[in-house]
Design a protein around this ligand. Structure first.
Ligand code: ZN
Length: 210
């Protein structure tokens, strides 16, 4: 232990970069005498170890390892398969919708948002002919994470508690009211829209708008 502490102290004093610091590509981190370079996140030149990516550096003094985690990777660890998330529909494609999600089931509010996709086959147990019959841009939905991809997640809204939890009228912007299993009606202009609605539509206690 005494040995470790001495080593830790001397390295800390000699080094400009410390564990948890943000580093940029090309920044010198240490020498190969001190640490074992990480193949993924560092490179070596002339006996020195440099950052191969921008992110947060971690020095493991006991194992003499260095690695760099990007901010997204660090945050992404909090998203797991099966998580129930709340997000806002950004756009509609022919066979899927794209959305941002920020909130893990009202408990955790991430600083960054994540990007999700819902394929038409993952919207409802019932056949959805057109995406527009289930979602519109700006709808706030609750969905479940079913697959992790490189920079995004596949989600599903199959199930009674998943789907739209808040929606504005696409004609006049007024909050829509539920009038049927899959129908919402505007109290202002009378516009009726089809949706995949969660069973607690507009009965959400916390503030969902950002
Ligand atoms: Zn309206």
């Amino acid at each position: 232990m005494e040995n470790n502490r001495t080593m830790g102290n001397s390295i800390k004093n000699d080094r400009e970069v410390r564990s948890g610091d943000m580093v940029v590509v090309g920044q010198q981190l240490a020498t190969i005498e001190e640490f074992l370079p990480d193949k993924e996140s560092t490179y070596t030149r002339n006996g020195k170890i440099f950052a191969a990516r921008t992110g947060f550096v971690k020095f493991n003094l006991e194992q003499r390892k260095i690695d760099i985690k990007t901010h997204l990777e660090k945050d992404r660890k909090t998203v797991k398969l099966g998580d129930i998330v709340i997000g806002t529909i950004l756009f509609l494609r022919k066979y899927s919708v794209g959305l941002n999600f920020f909130t893990l089931n009202q408990k955790l509010h991430w600083n960054a948002y994540y990007f999700g996709n819902i394929h038409v086959s993952q919207i409802s147990n019932k056949y959805i002919e057109k995406i527009e019959d289930a979602f519109q841009k700006t709808d706030i939905i609750r969905a479940k994470v079913i697959k992790e991809k490189t920079n995004e997640y596949d989600l599903t809204t199959i199930g009674p508690n998943l789907g739209v939890i808040y929606s504005d009228c696409s004609v006049c912007g007024t909050g829509l009211e539920r009038v049927g299993h899959n129908k919402l009606k505007c109290p202002m202009c009378g516009n009726i829209e089809s949706k995949k609605i969660a069973n607690d539509y507009r009965d959400i206690k916390s503030d969902l708008r950002y």
